[in-house]
Design a binder for this molecule. Structure first.
Ligand code: Z5A
Length: 229
């Protein structure tokens, strides 16, 4: 049996895959850590899909462009929240749910918690409205585990700027806005301790990866799992 067949067999035995999201402010290291976590889970014999929001499906990628270019900004944060929700619905239906049904593990760089914090806490969109959108678009398909990468806003912004790609719709906001985001994510971690884990992201990449691996292994009982190949 080749490695691919082995992997499929391992996933089949595990049933539905697991859904892990990474959250946090700008430049927290989510994309970097999503790839590293995928390699770790693959080393445990699991099939993994790495995806992101906004985006992650052809339709949602179009909406991503509309939002991040700033084209939707004049309509206000309520309309932006609805656009994120529409993109999420498409992403879930066409990418995330089919992958989970196949038994794949899905790692998503940002998800509904970003709407709660960016549009809800920092954008001051009514929380009841945000939660209503979440009920419609996400429903019961919530993440099994959310890793919130925490670091001072200034450090994250410096890292993001270091990539030299220019600031998008949200990166160009003032430092006070980014501090608010950090507090919003921390409050979220506190309010849902079963699902959310706060990870210190101000340390070096390797140390963050180790903390994430330990957290995921413990949460899903993967510690003793051997690769079936
Ligand atoms: N948004 C929203 O408002 N509402 C929503 O519902 C959703 C999103 C879903 C998406 O932008 C924007 O949409 C986002 C929120 C908003 N705001 N902004 N801007 P995006 O997808 O383009 O970007 P992002 O999600 O904010 O991620 P990011 O800023 O690109 O950063 P990251 O993925 O967290 O970090 P990274 O790319 O892995 O690392 C950044 C740099 O730091 C890079 O050069 C790394 O090599 C370096 N790095 C990574 N880790 C470390 C450590 N540990 N030490 C030192 N340097 C490091």
């Amino acid at each position: 049996m080749g490695p691919l067949r082995d992997r499929a067999a391992v996933n089949e035995a595990a049933g539905r895959g697991r859904f892990i999201t990474l959250e946090g402010g700008e430049g927290a290291g989510k994309s970097t850590q999503a790839k590293r976590l995928a390699r770790h889970l693959e080393s445990r014999g699991l099939s993994v899909v790495v995806t992101r929001e906004p985006g992650g499906s052809p339709g949602a990628e179009i909406i991503r462009h509309v939002i991040l270019s700033g084209a939707a900004e004049p309509f206000g944060p309520d309309a932006e929240a609805m656009l994120f929700a529409a993109a999420r619905r498409d992403h879930l239906r066409t990418t995330i749910l089919p992958a989970l049904s196949r038994g794949d593990w899905v790692i998503c760089d940002r998800f509904a918690d970003s709407t709660r914090v960016y549009q809800g806490v920092a954008g001051k969109v009514d929380q009841a409205f945000i939660l209503a959108l979440e009920r419609i678009t996400v429903g019961e398909d919530r993440p099994d585990l959310t890793l919130i990468l925490d670091l001072p806003a200034k450090v994250g912004l410096a890292r993001a700027a270091g990539r030299g790609e220019g600031a998008d719709r949200f990166e160009k906001e003032a430092l006070a806005y980014h501090n608010k985001l950090r507090q919003g994510f921390k409050a979220l971690a506190k309010s849902e301790p079963e699902r959310c884990r706060l990870i210190d992201a101000a340390v070096d990449e390797e140390a963050v990866a180790t903390a994430i691996r330990d957290t995921v292994d413990t949460h899903f009982g993967l510690g003793a799992r051997l690769v079936a190949s």
